[in-house]
Design a protein around this ligand. Structure first.
Ligand SMILES: C[S@@+](CC[C@H](N)C(=O)[O-])C[C@H]1O[C@@H](n2cnc3c(N)ncnc32)[C@H](O)[C@@H]1O
Length: 352
């Protein structure tokens, strides 16, 4: 077997019978996979030596994954992201052997009975058989957790494996607001093992509104990557959120969405600047680092950035000296926008 690059670098002890995936093996709007080099470079340069790093809008956890040597605080409002962040960065020990055993079993099941997922989503984002499999696996994870056969981290690792496997075969262009009408549903659901690079007992993982969490934590560097525009993440990833939470709510409409009222983000609304100002005021850090791109007034209306640059600078300057760094970047979009080159900016505020 050819080992993944990460495992070669880290000299991980891997099981030959299962395949592996990393944090970046997932499609996610606004993810910073390709920008982590740029972000890390300027944080290292500007913030010097530091102990703790908080990523309050962590999404996939791609940025936090660049700071594994620090004490991490990792947060996202979506439970589906919390689960993945627990898997990647959680502070609880887990058994890799146990996880790979479950993954092998799950990859070999064949089912004839329908369940919550196949009844609601068969032949839409996934085939009936893949829906049956995913629904069965998610139920089994829950039952095993309730029965005490797996701990919380192991539960999160198995759900993460399921989320990444579903994302690989989804009949979509990367989000779940719609599925392709004549798309390919033949791909097989195949769970793999996350390439987790250790357990740091000092790490803390949260599933809260960042504005609520900010006054409860402190870190040397607090990194912020809020949504820029009116596209709500709970709309784009409702199906993965539904599977992660597994409360089996009623779903409606062609896209099969559940009620998402409590998951809506202020950062996608006209109130974004006020939410941002309150957030910045309550952060306890030596440095505040913000990613925010330059889509304002350039793309289709939904893509327009919610907080004007002058407001960002004014609000950050209330806390200290601000520097701005830039990098050209192409975003993952749904193809409706005409923007070709996009500029990603990093605002670094040294708190006084
Ligand atoms: C631009 S994405 C972050 C992408 C992330 N840096 C990555 O590389 O994957 C913004 C994230 O903020 C989350 N979010 C939106 N509003 C939030 C809030 N009020 N508190 C915490 N997280 C929020 C969304 O669920 C989404 O995952």
């Amino acid at each position: 077997m050819v080992l993944p690059v990460e495992s070669q670098k880290l000299n991980l002890d891997l099981n030959d019978d299962v395949m592996y995936f990393s944090v970046n093996s997932r499609r996610y709007l606004g993810n910073k996979y390709k920008l982590t080099g740029f972000i890390k470079h300027y944080i290292d340069l500007e913030c010097g030596v530091f102990q703790s790093f908080a990523d309050l809008f962590a999404g996939t956890g791609a940025v936090a994954a660049g700071f594994l040597d620090k004490h991490l605080v990792v947060n996202d409002i979506l439970y589906s992201n919390y689960v993945c962040n627990q898997a990647w960065f959680g502070a609880e020990n887990y058994s890799g052997d146990k996880i790979s055993e479950y993954i092998k079993q799950y990859n070999n099941i064949n089912l004839l009975e329908d369940n919550y997922l196949s009844k609601n989503y068969a032949e839409t984002y996934f085939s009936r058989q893949n829906c049956r499999k995913a629904g069965f696996i998610r139920e089994d994870i829950e039952n095993n957790y309730t029965a005490g056969k797996i701990n919380h981290r192991e539960k999160c690792i198995l759900i993460t494996s399921l989320i990444y496997a579903l994302d690989k075969i989804a009949n979509t262009c990367g989000h779940y607001e719609a599925y392709r009408k004549n798309g390919n549903l033949d791909k097989k659901l195949l769970l793999k093992m996350p390439l987790i690079t250790g357990t740091n007992m000092a790490n803390k993982i949260y599933n809260k509104d960042a504005n609520e969490l900010a006054s409860e934590i402190a870190a040397d560097v607090v990194y912020l990557d809020p949504p820029y525009n009116s596209r709500q993440y709970c709309d784009a990833y409702h199906l993965l959120e539904n599977i992660a939470c597994w409360k089996k709510p009623e779903v409606y409409g062609v896209a099969g969405k559940m009620d998402r009222t409590l998951l809506k983000s202020e950062y996608c609304t006209v109130n974004a600047r006020y939410a941002f100002e309150n957030l910045i005021k309550s952060i306890d850090a030596k440095y505040i680092v913000l990613s925010y791109n330059n889509m304002a007034q350039k793309g289709v209306r939904r893509s327009n950035a919610k907080i004007p640059d002058e407001e960002i600078i004014r609000i950050l300057q209330e806390r200290g000296k601000v520097k701005v760094f830039k990098q050209e970047y192409k975003t993952f979009s749904t193809g409706k926008s005409n923007i070709e080159a996009n500029e990603e900016r990093l605002f670094i505020c040294k708190c006084s």
